[in-house]
Write a protein that binds this ligand. Structure first.
Ligand code: NAP
Length: 247
């Protein structure tokens, strides 16, 4: 599944799932753009980790919800490596609240980052992906987009919105030979779960047939396949990586 000379932009890749994806693609020989918003130190560590495994990487600060900042990230990518072959829309946030207590601001913030960020990045890198030799768009959704989750009306709406977006872009990209797919992780051991109380995590794990949370490597391995040319005939799909949660 060599990624030699393929340039990959991964949003929110200084830590968590994005970092795992970046390191896997870097190990395969990809040129990696590490995007961050606030985790500057971790972004530079990620660049060093990829370089020390023999890959090439550059850090680019951009709030994905801000189109001008995404334009800047595209310039950083083009200057460092040229055109982007693979875009992974991974940056995401939660702002949990039972629906009746949820403010419009909490709703909008989750939409702006999870969906607005995907819109900005996909539109600004669209020509690159279209013109690539088998370009790839990979959107990181969530099991919550399929199943819903108490206290996450905003997040579940954003994550299920990614499914319709991905299927549509898959149709629009297909004539050019590029693909678009979604990965829907289950509950994954990252900072995003840090505020979830232990007894709630225990209940979640009890409901997972494989009886554990996902590690970032579980998600990154599937993204690595989708990013490679081994996935040429897979498009418009949602790949669940959730330990069997919906069995
Ligand atoms: P995480 O550790 O909290 O990381 C989130 C990443 O998103 C950070 O790198 C953060 O960058 C970045 N980010 C947030 N807002 C951003 C913005 N406006 N612009 C640019 N980057 C931004 O979470 P994670 O678990 O790795 O989540 C990664 C993706 O997987 C998200 O889309 C999440 O919804 C999805 N997911 C996670 C789980 C889970 O259980 N963990 C399950 C299913 C799906 P900075 O730190 O630089 O601000």
């Amino acid at each position: 599944m060599s990624m030699d000379d393929r340039t990959c932009v991964i949003t929110g890749s200084a830590k968590g799932i994005g970092r795992g994806i970046a390191e896997y693609l870097g190990e395969e020989g990809a040129n990696v753009v590490i995007n961050y918003r606030s985790s500057e130190g971790a972004a530079h560590e990620a660049v060093e980790a990829i370089e020390s495994s023999g890959g090439s990487a550059v850090a680019a600060r951009a709030d994905v919800a801000d189109r001008a900042e995404v334009e800047h990230m595209r310039e950083v990518c083009h200057e460092a490596f040229g055109s982007c072959d693979v875009l992974v829309n991974n940056a995401g946030i939660t702002a949990d609240k039972q629906f009746t207590e949820m403010s419009r601001e909490e709703w909008d913030r989750v939409m702006d980052v999870n969906l607005g960020g995907m819109f900005n990045c996909t539109q600004l890198f669209y020509d690159d992906i279209w013109n690539a030799d088998e370009g790839r768009l990979i959107n990181i959704s969530s099991v919550v987009g399929k199943q819903g989750n108490f206290g996450q009306a905003n997040y579940a709406t954003a994550k299920s919105g990614m499914f319709g977006f991905t299927r549509t872009i898959a149709l629009e990209l297909a004539k050019g030979g590029s693909t678009a797919n979604c990965v829907a992780p289950g509950f994954t051991a990252t900072d995003m779960l840090a505020s979830v109380p232990e007894e709630v995590l225990d209940r979640i794990i009890a409901g997972i047939p494989l009886e554990r949370l996902a590690e970032v490597e579980d998600i990154a391995a599937v993204v690595r396949f989708l990013a490679s040319k081994d996935s040429s005939y897979v498009t418009g799909e949602v790949i669940d990586v959730n330990g069997g949660m919906d069995l």
